[in-house]
Design a protein around this ligand. Sequence first.
Ligand code: OGA
Ligand code: MN
Length: 182
Amino acid sequence: MEQLGGQGYFTRASFLGAELASRVRTDAQAIPLRRAGIRRGHELDETVRSDELAWLTKDETKGALSMAVTHFERLMHELNDAAWLGLRTFDLQLAHYAPGAHYARHRDAFPGQDNRRITAIVYLNPAWVPEHGGQLRLHVAPPVELAPTLDRLVVFRSELVEHEVLKARADRWALTAWYSAR
Ligand code: OGA
Ligand code: MN
């Protein structure tokens, strides 16, 4: 929590447990995805991002994915208890980067414009090796690069931390929650 207040982020090697994370990946592969748009009118701009995604609602998820939703709910309560963030809801997104896909440097929220406060990402990629690229680069000082390895959790302040996804050279799956105080 000190890191979240200071640097603006923290990471943990494990979140769901490796077994559940693997099951989530398997189930995720059966979910229909669509190309990600960028904000302004959601036009497709592959120079900015080239992932594919699906928004997940709690009621629609079952099995491993609904267990993952429970973990994200628990994390929300832990964050509130530790830091008085007043988080009340979250949007959940599944994202797939095919080999060659990336997401250019951006922020997930802008002060006053959006009420996303905290971004939490869990990665679903067993056997990820450095040659696969696809790191999440956080533009903190000094910048950090995090490989999207199975079950790794990254949590950062949505308004504060600029970040990008470097080009992936293998299929890269992630599940992201954006927590809001709305
Ligand atoms: C996003 C994003 C990072 C990642 O979807 O906004 O920045 O590591 N994802 O998948
Ligand atoms: Mn982002």
